[in-house]
Design a protein around this ligand. Structure first.
Ligand SMILES: *Cc1c(COP(=O)(O)O)cnc(C)c1O
Length: 431
């Protein structure tokens, strides 16, 4: 690594695709040399407070000694072995921890490689569940507008049809049912009419539907929207009534991000299938899990072909499972409720001044998630360098400037992070 920083960045610009970015007109990228706690160390010497936790995942911050030790020990012992016909302690230990933690009734675990793949597996399971019961016509899904479930094809098919670019893939993507996202926000007074569209859809079409998929309480990448937990209770009732499966995509909300261990815990409900990912390994590497009830597992096993038709090469990767166990232990050994409540309070106080800025449509906070919604979409080329100049890592999308920092962030860092957002949003909206 004795090439100059400029040379390295030139190569990156010319040859490497970044997420949702043009290869011919790339945006600026910043070289990260290392990271510790809630801070990213850039190669040019600057240090940034991380507001993004690497897209919800680095809940304990970077370089946590217990996570590092778990990775090192497991790497030396058994970094990987195929899961077909073989098993290992990290997978078993992680399975135990997940079932202890997850909403009641979830008793079977399928390990997948990433969040999107977990959603694919969950959807396959729902289709197989109907098929095994002699109802092959039940193969469509219901999803919420404003939802996000990943970037592979079937995951995309249940993402918001507009922001999910369904137009681009017309004829390739299956077409499913969408209902408006729940109108009643998290902290508003509940209104039963909020479920009417879903009730009407299910009354008419339930015979074609195998499952409803949603992100519990917080819709993430589809709009950073927080809705009323009573909606989940009503969806649970409707699923029971029509005998549909409820798939909870907890990939973003899992592991305490919203103030409860899982999003479903706000409503006290259990899904039939639950997808976990992102923070599962504490942000160190990719791993996801699909949890189901014993009943779902049993029905799938009883029908044709009797197995879940999925088996990735790196299924239950021991390295990922070992670090996931360590991450869950660190979380459970901490006073996470108090930590999240303190972050929530600091985000509320710190982001409040944004509310009176012209060009700001809404400011909302739930758990360790803070959102400033603008009236117009940000200009990324302009706003990104401003955040870096202010010493923070915040990556907005569209009209949304948002943060979900690592839980280890301290009050001083939270003050600096929110002050930077107030300053940058002020500059951006003044133009
Ligand atoms: C990020 C995310 C996914 C996709 O996970 P990947 O690991 O990026 O494939 C799916 N669902 C939700 C709710 C997510 O936030």
């Amino acid at each position: 690594m004795n090439r100059s920083l400029a040379e390295q960045l030139d190569f990156d610009r010319l040859h490497l695709w970044h997420p949702y970015a043009s290869i011919d007109r790339p945006l600026t990228t910043y070289m990260v040399q290392s990271a510790q706690g809630a801070r990213l160390q850039l190669a040019d010497g600057r240090s940034l407070i991380d507001g993004m936790a690497s897209w919800w995942s680095a809940i304990h911050g970077y370089g946590h000694p217990r996570l590092v030790a778990a990775l090192q020990e497991q790497a030396a012992r058994l970094p990987h072995v195929m899961f077909g016909g073989l098993t290992h302690e990290p997978a078993i230990e992680l399975g135990r921890r997940l079932l202890d933690l997850a909403p009641a009734g979830l008793e079977r675990v399928f390990f997948a490689d990433s969040g999107s793949v977990a959603v694919e597996v969950a959807m396959k399971m729902a289709v197989q569940h109907a098929y095994a019961q002699g109802q092959p016509e039940k193969k469509r899904f219901v999803a919420l507008a404003g939802g996000y479930h990943g970037d592979t094809f079937h995951a995309m098919s249940v993402c918001d049809p507009k922001t999910g670019m369904h137009r681009l893939y017309r004829g390739i993507l299956p077409e499913y049912f969408f209902v408006e996202r729940p109108r009643v926000r998290f902290d508003e007074a509940w209104d039963e009419t909020c479920c009417q569209e879903l009730e009407e859809l299910l009354a008419r079409r339930h015979r074609e539907i195998c499952a409803i998929i949603l992100e519990p309480v917080v819709q993430g990448a589809g709009g950073m929207y927080f809705y009323h937990p009573r909606y989940l209770q009503r969806v649970r009732q409707l699923c029971d009534h029509y005998r549909l499966l409820l798939i909870a995509d907890e990939i973003a909300t899992g592991f305490a991000r919203t103030g409860t261990m899982f999003g479903c815990d706000h409503a006290g409900i259990s899904p039939d299938i639950c997808c976990l990912g992102k923070a599962l390994t504490g942000g160190t590497m990719t791993l996801a899990a699909v949890l189901t009830t014993a009943q779902v597992g049993h029905v799938i096993s009883g029908g044709e072909p009797g197995v879940v038709m999925h088996g990735p090469t790196f299924m239950a990767n021991p390295l990922a499972c070992a670090v996931a166990c360590a991450s869950i232990d660190v979380l459970l050994d901490s006073d996470w409720r108090t930590a999240i409540a303190a972050i929530e309070k600091a985000l509320r106080a710190g982001l409040e001044p944004c509310r009176s800025l012209p060009g700001v449509a809404d400011v909302r906070v739930l758990g360790a998630i803070g959102v400033v919604q603008l009236e117009k979409a940000v200009v990324m080329e302009r706003i990104q360098p401003l955040f870096v100049e202010h010493g923070v890592w915040v990556r907005p999308f569209g009209q949304l400037v948002y943060v979900m920092p690592p839980y280890c962030i301290n009050q001083g860092e939270l003050r600096d992070l929110t002050a930077a957002i107030v300053a940058v949003v002020g500059e951006e909206t003044r133009r």
